[in-house]
Unconditional design. Sequence first.
Length: 158
Amino acid sequence: QRFSSKRASDQLAEFYDFEAGQRTSVRRVWFLHGHHANLMFNSTLGLMLYKFKSKAAADLIMLQPNGQRVLAIIGKETGVPGGDKGIVLPQDMPAAISALEAAIVQEEAQQKAAKEAALSRGETPPRFEGISLRQRALPMIDMLRRCEKAGESIVWGV
């Protein structure tokens, strides 16, 4: 079914924000162009997205807390003037991949140790965030590898 480029659907979406530990409402607007739908979040609700772009890979979109965490791991500053945009150069990508992989291993080791310690004390093992760093970072690692191979930069906030 084809839609006119002037047709839009405005909905209030709800999702569970694991970082905040609460349900969050977001107004979303779907602009339908042919067979493609573009999702835009209403900025008045304060939900910021990081959109990572490159010529060698598809765009990668992350919610603000997840994007900031990934950027912090690879050594890019966030939360400072100008920290909402930046670039990862191809020569910096091997170090960024290594940093993300090391952070994943460290998080998994910490979670395993916490579970084992709780079990050894006869306590209920702790519950961790539903989505692990591994799940959140693998798309970025894939993008970094593709861009490194193609010799293309990754930019965000531009």
